[in-house]
Design a protein around this ligand. Structure first.
Ligand code: SF4
Ligand code: SF4
Length: 300
């Protein structure tokens, strides 16, 4: 079984996983909040290293990306578990470990994963949360780059700076969720950490990763003008060079505003397409590339 290096000793026989902001203290035989990292005899064991719950070939636009290799297909790998517990998760069957049991899957070595992507020339680590499998991710990404295959992350971005500093230099493109702009919502509803996500996005951008941002717009949770404006302002701020070129220059990091549909444990009404289109129009005052998704045509 593989072991992690992202941990430290805690009191007694406990250990602390340092991979994400949760910093889970794990008792012997126990697992962290993501359900995939375990204290075995004082080391952080990875029982799901290489455990793949979904394999598919997708159009890159489905990830979604609009400004990275448009029209291409991408090998997509899904994992088990997540360090967030969004009550509206559309992939909850694989992202949530229920009673210690992961969704059905199979093990795939990093070499096998890279070999599968030879025709597509790109791999997406996606569907649930790839970053909680940082060790496998790093091994896969190295294998992929050795074969000239691009690495594409689709992630919640909720990870420690130390791990981000190892993963991002191997990442060619990332679609990162900015689920809202409220620390309280991140902490109390999603089980996440907004400052860590903002830091991850800034790091990815400054390291030259092609970054696109996605926000699932959920009525009553994150759809106020004020909150969406804060998201847009943060994304616009990622492009200081564009702003320096002139007052009319717009930030170029793409933002995907995606419509919510009831799923898992959340029963708000679906996002009104007309509302999403208006929100996109509003964001375009400051951002060059704003896309709507999940409303039929996918854009307008
Ligand atoms: S990666 Fe998992 S075990 Fe580690 S701190 Fe985060 S939730 Fe806890
Ligand atoms: S971060 Fe994504 S995969 Fe994880 S629970 Fe939330 S919606 Fe699901």
């Amino acid at each position: 079984m593989s072991e992690s290096r992202f941990f430290e000793a805690a009191d007694g026989a406990d250990i602390r996983c340092t991979l994400c902001p949760h910093q889970c203290r794990i008792t012997p035989g126990g697992r962290g909040a993501c359900g995939v990292r375990e204290n075995r005899n004082g080391v952080l064991a990875l029982p799901y290293y290489g455990y793949i719950t979904a394999i598919a070939r997708d159009p890159i636009e489905k990830k979604p990306f609009r400004r990275f290799r448009p029209g291409s297909s991408i090998l997509s790998l899904g994992f088990a578990g997540c360090n967030l517990h969004c009550p509206f998760c559309q992939n909850w069957r694989i992202s949530q470990i229920v009673n210690g049991k992961a969704a059905p899957g199979r093990f795939l070595s990093p070499k096998e994963a890279a070999a599968l992507a030879v025709d597509d020339r790109q791999i997406a680590y996606t569907y649930s949360e790839p970053l909680i499998h940082a060790e496998y991710l790093i091994d896969c990404m190295k294998q992929a780059h050795e074969r000239g295959i691009a690495n594409v992350l689709v992630t919640n971005g909720c990870i420690s700076e130390q791990a981000a500093a190892e993963i991002l230099p191997l990442t060619d493109a990332a679609n990162i969720d900015l689920k809202c702009f409220s620390e309280e919502t991140y902490a109390k509803v999603l089980g996440g950490n907004l400052p860590a996500v903002l830091n991850f996005i800034r790091m990815a951008h400054s390291l030259g990763v092609h970054v696109e941002i996605t926000t699932l717009v959920i009525p009553g949770l994150n759809d106020s003008d004020e909150e969406l404006d804060k998201c847009a302002a943060f994304i616009a701020d990622l492009a200081p060079k564009a702003k320096l070129r002139g007052v009319s220059a717009k930030a170029e990091t793409p933002w995907h505003l995606s419509a919510y549909h009831p799923d898992y444990r959340w029963n708000a009404p679906p996002t009104d397409p007309a509302f999403l289109i208006r929100a996109a129009e509003r964001a375009r005052k400051n951002l060059r590339y704003v896309y709507t998704g999940n409303i039929g045509s996918g854009r307008y």
